[in-house]
Write a protein that binds this ligand. Structure first.
Ligand SMILES: [Mg+2]
Ligand SMILES: [Zn+2]
Length: 240
């Protein structure tokens, strides 16, 4: 059950509730596309190597709740023509939030766990993190496999735990990884972060996730980069 925090730092209620947070055992769950990576890499992948028209139509249907993200990804992968080499070159051109590395160091110094939850694909996430020199972070996501030189299909290792809307439901991932009594912090930016955010004690949100939280009156901190997340974590006492 998530604790509701007041959205305006400085309000008395906010500090009282933050005092109740368990600071010894904090788990950070971070989205990848548009959160750790500057771009929505999955979207870029299909725009670059697939049919923009088919992909946008599939995304619109998914956002309206008409199809699950597994169906969206099957349609998108169908249109893509990309080799392993092209995918690696594409991944090496992707940028991360420049403050993510510092944030990871702070989490490690405090003994906090960080997990990446993505409804994108592990292949490009691993390539991008390795290229940025970031190692040792668990990644729970969908994946792609090559079945010809330049053809890919999606693989959904966590489909059985899906809520029916997500391919890799982040709510399911948090429920299976959360430790008893831990404080769950979620950082995300999109529609696929909704199930994850609902399991969290503290939500950092931007873009579509922020709109969703505001619409549903779910307390969250708005952020732009991991520098904001870091500063806010210091302010509420999670970081020294
Ligand atoms: Mg995202
Ligand atoms: Zn879900």
């Amino acid at each position: 059950m998530r604790k509701r925090l007041h959205q305006t730092p400085g309000a008395g209620i906010f500090f009282r509730k933050c005092d109740q947070l368990v600071k010894k055992n904090v788990q950070f769950y971070c989205d990848f596309d548009g959160t750790i990576a500057r771009n929505d890499v999955g979207e870029q992948l299909f725009l670059r190597f697939g049919s923009a028209e088919t992909c946008y139509a599939a995304v619109r249907e998914w956002m309206r709740g008409e199809i699950s993200s597994t169906e969206m990804y099957r349609r998108e992968c169908e249109t893509a023509r990309v080799s392993r080499k092209e995918l690696a070159a594409f991944a090496s051109g992707q940028e991360l939030d420049p403050h993510f590395k510092g944030f990871i160091d702070a989490c490690r110094n405090h003994g906090y766990e960080v997990m990446i939850l993505s409804d994108g694909f592990k292949t490009y996430i691993d390539l991008i993190l390795a290229h940025a020199g970031i190692t040792g972070l668990p990644v729970y996501s969908n994946d792609i496999e090559f079945f010809a030189t330049d053809r890919i299909r999606p693989v959904f290792p966590y489909e059985a735990g899906s809520c029916g809307k997500c391919a890799n439901c982040k709510g399911y991932q948090i429920r299976r990884h959360r430790q008893e009594g831990s404080t769950i912090v979620y950082v995300g930016d999109g529609y696929s972060d909704r199930c994850g955010a609902l399991e969290a004690d503290i939500i950092f949100a931007k873009k579509d996730l922020l709109n969703y939280c505001r619409q549903e009156q779910i307390d969250c901190f708005a952020y732009t980069t991991f520098a904001d997340v870091y500063k806010k974590c210091q302010k509420i006492g999670l970081f020294d």
